[in-house]
Design a protein around this ligand. Sequence first.
Ligand code: AMP
Length: 304
Amino acid sequence: MSLIVFGSIAFDHIITPQADSGKIVGGAAFYAAIAAANFVDNIKLLSVIGNDFPQAELDFLTSRHIAYDGVQKVTDKPSFFWKGSYHKDMNNRDSLDTQLNALLDFKATVPDNYQDCTYLLLGNLDPTLQLKVIEQLATRPKLIALDTMNFWMEIALDNLKKVLQKIDLLIINESEAKELSGENNLTKAAKKIRAMGPVYLIIKKGEHGALLFYEDKIFATSALVIENIFDPTGAGDTFAGALMGYIAQHQSHDFETLKAAMVAGSAVASFCTEKFGATRLKEIDRTHINQRIQELKQLTAYTI
Ligand code: AMP
């Protein structure tokens, strides 16, 4: 059994109304892999880095049993770089700079020792590359999950629709679900999106939690109510990583397991927002996560 986590590894520069991170390590796959590692050991990263990526960060991945044989090293370019600035409400942000750098040379080649993949998380990148990863796997994983964003709906909709036909679970946020479906009502949006391929759909609603759609069933999970969100960057990737880690640990993806996986994802994502980048994620373990899952349970439990 292994879980492949595919996506960007980056240097980020994050500016919030309270603070400035300077240059720190990030990228969707980085967050997702660290989050998943709380649940399973056999995680395999598929990504690309440049000539400036610190060995200490790769050593950290090794310490968490995250393999990086599938992380291509580009020797003549720096790593992908993204700079973003959050508005006062912390829900909206502007991208100030995106430098593809090493990502431009990314071939997304799946190494032979990744062929034991049972679970696949395709992080937000070009749908052509996401499709290429699926096509290289000799045996279809038990569950393929995918994250995407408005950008790809606007410039690569046909390719996005092709990859949607090949996956089981789509994880997107509310505005993306509305854009992809052309529907404002999320139940109607979910029907249309599930007709495009994925049997499961998770719609993330930021600080308001997430919704899971499957057949005629809907499950809602709350996010933790946090007084001070320090930096929400990567919370969505952390949610997806922890969710897939939980599924891989339980070797099951029925509706009940997915519900529990969403709660685990919400718990881990709440830690991500407490410090810049993946700093807080690197500090926590299952004890912290279990405590937060209990807090989430209390937040939503009642007697009637
Ligand atoms: P999120 O906050 O979940 O949107 O994820 C933020 C992470 O996505 C950051 O660490 C960035 O490095 C990464 N990122 C931002 N823009 C892109 C992009 N165009 N392609 C791939 N990764 C990106």
